[in-house]
Design a protein around this ligand. Structure first.
Ligand SMILES: [Zn+2]
Length: 506
């Protein structure tokens, strides 16, 4: 199999102030042909998996570009990266299959469905008979345009996304079988009409995903993806879906997708941990007298969801309450990192920390502190893989040790603190900027994990009234929906079966 692989993606927060630019891709993931993907991360897993030696596989690698979640991508950046990949595909000549790694929630100026647009162009180049597979983040929006152009869509199953390599290998194996004529993939979709945080680390989602893995062992059941969608993407297709790929059994696929989709709908409102107000979170923190720490997630200022990462609400509250033995990070403030490097380790630093980048960032914390440690190009890990933080400083302000980063990143693992000499396990309180990806790394050292909802770009209270693109689409919890409304799925099946009809007519 002669296979073309490439990647392009970011998770677009339509409500974020800062646009996503070419530099945001260059600072995050930009692997051009000939450069190796040394270690697989979520969005390079496909390149890594495709690069492993395999019999009967010749790989032509195009560009892999991915940016940290942020605002809408600038038109010139999107068009340049899109055209770069399409040019590489044309230059590759005839291929037997195409595999793309994308996010699924990328929006650019002039294009609100970048994945659908890129897949459509790829389909035009390779023609109707070449299988095109795409690996997506589960926080994607599934659009008719994507379904029409792709042969196979596979998403991550786990949130936190710890299974990217497994899913990449699954997609490649399905493509290989399709090329060999051993399978005839057909996609069936069920629209769950809901938008919710679905943590696969806890029940009911953990058991649900385990049963899905069992179902995938059934004959003709090729792959099942549960699409969570991304609540901060204001797009018409917003919302959770179940996508079932069968070996030429679309009606059976729809039956399974509908059954799983209705069950998923029944989890609404109880598939993630409860949120705490800023005041309640700080009250709980003040009551902790010794390690192990209470771990508090600042879910509203998670750079992994496109927030600026410099909101100061929790830091200000921790300082005002006089919390001791507390560490907090990552707080994104390149200016303060630069000043800390100028002051040096052990130096005293004064300034205004955070609160600068977005409408929901709060006000800067005016501080006088001590620079504890400095690291150039620091890295934390996620599922054992490195994740860049940029130049990083640890600064002690009263009883709070703050990890300040030049790169915009979320908290993924305790290395975030350890890389600058802070032992989070020895703290009373650990405050991290993340919605849920921090969980696997921090839960083992925590007395308790608490999800705080301070003011911030990702605070769910701001969401319901913010959507402008839903049109007639009804979506829990924006609209009150009962199970009977889930029966009306004709539009989707029309799209799918029209697409499915095409191959047999060729
Ligand atoms: Zn995601």
């Amino acid at each position: 199999m002669r296979l073309f692989v490439a990647g392009l993606g970011t998770e677009t927060n339509s409500f974020a102030d800062l646009p996503t630019r070419l530099a945001d891709f260059e600072h995050y993931i930009m692997i051009r042909p000939g450069m190796a993907a040394a270690e697989p991360s979520e969005y390079t897993a496909l390149l890594w998996a495709a690069s492993q030696p395999a019999r009967h596989r010749e790989v032509v690698a195009g560009t892999f570009a991915h940016a940290c979640p942020g605002g809408i991508t600038e038109r010139a950046t999107w068009e340049r990266l899109r055209d770069e990949i399409l040019g590489q595909l044309r230059a590759a000549g005839p291929v037997d299959a195409v595999a793309l790694a994308m996010h699924g929630a990328m929006m650019a100026e002039g294009c609100e469905d970048c994945e659908g647009a890129l897949l459509e162009s790829v389909r035009e180049i390779v023609g109707p008979d070449v299988p095109v597979g795409v690996l997506l983040d589960l926080h994607c929006h599934l659009t008719p345009r994507m379904l029409r152009s792709a042969t196979l869509i596979v998403t991550f199953k786990e949130y936190p996304h710890t299974d990217s390599v497994e899913r990449a290998e699954e997609l490649l194996a399905l493509l290989q079988d399709t090329v060999a004529g051993r399978i005839h993939p057909r996609m069936s979709v069920f629209d769950c009409h809901m938008i919710d945080a679905l943590h696969t680390t806890r029940e009911p989602m953990r058991g649900f995903m385990a049963r899905i893995r069992e179902l995938e062992q059934c004959p003709d059941m090729l792959s099942i993806s549960v699409i969570h969608s991304f609540p901060w993407g204001d797009v018409p297709e917003l919302g959770a879906h179940v996508l079932v790929i069968t070996d030429d059994r679309p009606a059976e696929g729809l039956r399974v997708a509908a059954s799983l989709g209705r069950e998923l709908f029944s989890f609404r409102g109880r598939a993630s941990a409860p949120g705490f107000s800023l005041e309640d979170a700080i009250d709980r923190a003040a009551a902790v007298a010794a390690p192990p720490p209470l771990v508090i997630a600042d879910t509203a200022d998670n750079p992994g969801g496109g927030a600026p990462g410099d909101a100061t609400y929790l830091l200000s509250a921790a300082l005002a309450r006089g919390l001791q033995a507390t560490c907090l990070g990552p707080l994104h403030d390149p200016e303060i990192v630069q000043a800390a490097f100028a002051a040096g380790e052990g130096g005293t630093l004064e300034g205004r920390l955070g609160g600068k980048l977005g409408a929901f960032s709060g006000t800067p914390v005016v501080f006088r502190g001590k620079v504890l440690a400095l690291r150039r190009s620091a890295r934390q890990t996620f599922a054992g893989k490195p994740a860049p933080m940029g130049d990083t400083a640890a600064i002690r302000i009263d009883g709070v040790e703050v990890v300040v980063t030049a790169g915009r990143c979320q908290a993924l693992s305790p290395e975030l603190f350890r890389v600058v000499g802070i032992d989070p396990a020895g703290a009373r309180v650990v405050i991290v900027k993340s919605s849920h990806h921090f969980y696997d790394g921090f839960a083992p050292l925590a007395r308790e994990v608490l999800y705080a909802e301070p003011p911030g770009l990702l605070n769910p209270r701001y969401l319901a009234r913010a959507y402008t693109r839903l049109g007639n689409r009804r979506l829990w919890p924006v609209h009150p929906i009962d199970e009977r409304e889930l029966e009306h799925q004709e539009i989707w099946q029309d799209v799918l079966w029209a697409a499915d009809a095409a191959p047999s007519e060729r």
